[in-house]
Design a protein around this ligand. Structure first.
Ligand SMILES: NC(=O)c1ccc[n+]([C@@H]2O[C@H](COP(=O)([O-])OP(=O)(O)OC[C@H]3O[C@@H](n4cnc5c(N)ncnc54)[C@H](O)[C@@H]3O)[C@@H](O)[C@H]2O)c1
Length: 334
């Protein structure tokens, strides 16, 4: 028996990981469209959103009973974003990555299935690993390195979350959709990623850092575009049982993005180049990471609409107004 959930505005929604970077933007948009939102997250919000219209429940998705207590029969949709995110985190806490992704996601899927809710799984471009044949279509191969390298634990376990989700869809009839994000950036992101960390450093008068001369390329995706793709995935009937690449197709070198941040912030500090062969022995960087987003465009009518310049300008303007964020320590890997 399949369970297709019709979603209109005014839905009852649970967002796991709703206090995180993408989750916070998603919750804000869901409230704006009239949904009733419960955030289930292991940490409290840095800044609550939704003006009192969001219920915050602190808890761990590894705890099946606590998860089921939030994802109850009256819930229409679960956006599952909770995960251990960031290279610094998954190199330091591989066991947590495995438990949160595998055990936690299984708990969320079970609860959504029992509640008859639709589920959206937040996955990642990392599932494609180091497949050199870019751009990647949704069904392209995964090419991963050795299990002796902790670097692959995030990719491997996120792939398991996708297998789990497809299994719930195909074996148990769950209504679910997978969205794979590609280098999302924007206001409020922890200063541990190339854009957020560079903005943080530039505005604090510190040198920005690139690895291996900044020649790697990425497709930087403004968070509001990613959120729009995520809500479409939850509401569009064509999305059921499918996976979608949600990312910009504009390939940009890390050096170029850092140069643009320097221009937009007016930073006068130098850019430090780190040779990862000498410093980050356990990390295997990818030379190129590019999505093919034809499927999201054709089935959902979605594509990125924010230019890199506009997205960076909005991120920098937000950072200038949020001193608490600028005061946080940056947590890059070098
Ligand atoms: N930011 C990106 O560019 C990007 C790219 C690809 C995929 N993703 C995926 O999108 C999702 C959101 O990422 P983000 O950038 O907002 O990360 P984030 O770290 O800002 O947010 C993750 C949230 O999950 C919560 N969480 C972690 N473990 C938990 C647990 N055991 N129980 C309950 N809550 C827990 C954290 O407290 C945090 O608030 C993740 O699933 C991530 O894998 C993000």
């Amino acid at each position: 028996m399949t369970n297709v959930v019709e979603l209109s505005t005014g839905s009852r929604v649970v967002v796991t990981g709703g206090n995180g970077f993408i989750g916070g933007h998603l919750v804000k948009r869901l409230v704006e469209r009239g949904d009733r939102v419960i955030v289930f997250d292991g940490t409290p919000p840095a800044r609550p959103v939704g003006g009192g219209r969001v219920r915050y429940v602190q808890g761990d998705i590894r705890d099946a009973a606590a998860t089921a207590a939030v994802i109850t029969d009256d819930v229409d949709v679960v956006y599952h974003l909770a995960a251990v995110v960031g290279v610094d985190q998954y190199l330091a806490r591989p066991l947590d990555v495995i438990d949160v992704n595998v055990i936690g996601t299984r708990n969320v899927l079970e609860a959504a299935h029992r509640a008859g809710a639709k589920l959206i799984l937040a996955s990642t471009s990392e599932v494609f690993g180091k497949n050199p044949a870019v751009p990647w279509r949704e069904d392209d191969d995964r090419v991963l390195g050795s299990t002796s390298s902790t670097r692959w634990v995030y990719s491997s376990t996120k792939s398991v979350t996708e297998h789990l989700t497809f299994a719930f869809v195909r074996q148990l009839g769950l209504d679910a959709t997978i969205v794979r994000f590609f280098n999302a950036y924007g206001p409020g992101q922890r200063p541990a990623y190339i854009v957020s960390r560079s903005v943080h450093r530039a505005l604090n008068g510190e040198s920005m850092v690139v690895y291996d001369e900044g020649t790697q390329t990425r497709c930087f995706t403004y968070v509001e575009d990613a959120v729009e793709g995520t809500i479409l995935a939850a509401t569009h009937p064509a999305a059921r049982g499918e996976a979608f690449n949600i990312g910009s197709m504009l390939e940009t070198t890390v050096g170029e993005v850092v140069g643009l941040i320097a221009e937009l912030t007016g930073a006068r500090t130098e850019v430090i180049d780190v040779d990862t062969d000498k410093k980050l022995v356990s990390y295997e960087d990818l030379p190129r990471r590019i999505p093919d987003t034809t499927k999201a465009r054709e089935l959902l009518g979605w594509e990125c609409s924010t230019s890199l310049r506009d997205g960076l300008a909005a991120t920098i303007a937000w950072a200038r107004e949020n001193d608490w964020w600028l005061q946080q320590p940056d947590s890059g890997a070098a």
